[in-house]
Design a binder for this molecule. Structure first.
Ligand code: SF4
Length: 450
């Protein structure tokens, strides 16, 4: 099966799985209530979104300048920068570094960029043990599953599912499970040779990376091991440290409804002389991996403004029914369907933008005002123009266009369709009985009445 057929099969199965739908809709319902409350803390939410969009627009439209400024500052602060054009380049750099330093164990904090480059598999293949330290990611790792959601990796699991993953009784409390994971992870922090993180933002004017989290595990991942490697997508740049005053609360409000997450860290390089603690090496890998292709596309460049808050996934009626794993991509939901055909193979992933009702709920919630549903349409248009659509679909639209241009054919088509069985559409959906009389016939009949 190709990616489109796998998607279709998984979506059909998940859409009919009522337990799965109940679990994620409950989780998203809790999230919706928290976010609605969180937004009221802003004196003007819409203005905050516009201002954030402006910051990201400025960055992405001058990305070359900001990236070079960031690199200069990291090096001035004693760090090292690797420019990785591909996932392979990023993996090669980090594995070579790990091998040079004799690294046996790596602790990782939550990072979708490391998921994107399949870093855990690369570490395992090289005989290095990667340990996820974010609780959700740790559960995913134990289950050998990819994250289900870019912010909430195990949104699809109940407490009982997690207890089963930990081989504990179903009645185990959340606190007991957390303490179990905490005991395991503390040991990992103390024995790891390298810490790997992503970055929520990379600040050009100071050369710092900003990490947002709720568990403190990222802070332990980059401060206890001797070596810290941050893998940063180039779109994570922001111009100034002061921009975080808006972007931090905007991200946490859209992501979880919190005014600020529990821990917000700024890392500006390795331990400086005279400092009692901190890492001895700080490496930043600036990852392209298809992002400059998107940057070159003036129409869709603003998809790089994304701050990965996950709000568009939670708002999407398709995501809420088929769930995150169905997409089989690193980035799911509306933003994933916009960027994946650009970051990965355009033909293989051309089906994703069609998995949308184009209702625009994603665009309405995006804190940096990305015009997501129009970008989904752009991707559909690109797929059709490049001939990636199904020949039968193209034929159906040609026939429809032909019929739409002729009143006689249109009328005939309407009559025929009223008596055509709507399977397979009605196999999984309700469809009302079509009226025996068309609106046009009804109108003509009623018009003739005095
Ligand atoms: S596209 Fe917007 S709403 Fe979706 S994850 Fe990115 S910032 Fe959040």
């Amino acid at each position: 099966m190709n990616a489109a057929e796998q998607f279709q099969a998984a979506a059909t199965e998940k859409a009919g799985d009522l337990r799965h739908r109940a679990v994620i809709q409950k989780a998203i319902g809790t999230y919706d209530a928290a976010v609605a409350k969180g937004k009221t803390r802003f004196s003007d939410w819409q203005n905050a979104r516009s201002h954030a969009a402006q910051i990201k627009w400025e960055t992405i439209n001058h990305l070359d300048r900001y990236l070079e400024q960031f690199e200069r500052k990291v090096i001035e602060n004693g760090g090292q920068v690797c420019w990785a054009e591909t996932a392979e380049d990023a993996r090669r750099y980090i594995l070579a570094l790990a091998q040079r330093r004799g690294v046996k164990r790596v602790v990782k904090s939550k990072s979708m960029t490391t998921e994107e480059i399949h870093l855990n598999e690369a570490f395992e293949h090289a005989g290095i043990e990667p340990i996820e330290t974010d609780l959700g990611e740790y559960i995913c790792q134990l289950r050998r599953e990819p994250p289900y959601h870019i912010v909430t990796p195990v949104m699809h699991l109940t407490k009982a599912d997690i207890a089963q993953t930990f081989a504990m009784p179903a009645t185990t409390s959340a606190e007991e499970m957390t303490m179990f994971a905490r005991a395991k992870l503390r040991q990992a922090f103390l024995t790891a040779d390298m810490g790997v993180t992503g970055a929520n933002f990379a600040v050009a004017d100071t050369g710092m990376i900003a990490i947002t989290e709720n568990e403190g595990n990222a802070r332990l991942s980059f401060s206890l091991p001797k070596i810290h490697v941050a893998i940063v997508g180039i779109e994570k740049l922001i111009p100034r440290l002061g921009d975080l005053a808006l972007l931090w609360p905007l991200l946490s409000t859209s992501g979880t409804g919190q005014p600020l997450t529990a821990y917000n860290s700024l890392i500006g390089g390795p331990r400086q002389s005279g400092e009692p603690d901190g890492t001895t090496e700080f490496h930043v890998i600036l990852l392209d991996n298809g992002r400059t292709k998107l940057l070159a596309d003036a129409e869709q460049r603003d998809a790089l403004h994304c701050i990965r808050c996950g709000a568009c996934l939670n708002a999407c009626p398709v995501y809420k029914n088929i769930g995150g794993h169905t997409y089989a991509t690193t980035y799911q939901g509306p933003i994933g369907s916009v960027i994946t055909p650009h970051l990965r193979d355009a033909k293989e992933w051309s089906h994703l933008p069609f998995a949308s009702s184009l209702c625009g709920a994603c665009t309405d919630v995006c804190p940096v005002r990305i015009d997501l549903h129009h970008h989904l349409l752009h991707n559909r248009r690109n797929a059709v123009q490049r001939g990636f659509d199904h020949p039968l679909q193209r034929l159906a639209f040609r026939l429809w266009l032909w019929a739409m241009k002729s009143p006689t054919l249109y009328r005939l088509g309407g009559k025929l369709l009223r008596f055509t069985p709507m399977t397979p559409w009605t196999k999984t959906r309700d469809f009302p009985e079509p009226p025996a009389q068309s609106f046009k016939d009804w109108w003509e009949e009623n018009e003739r009445r005095p």
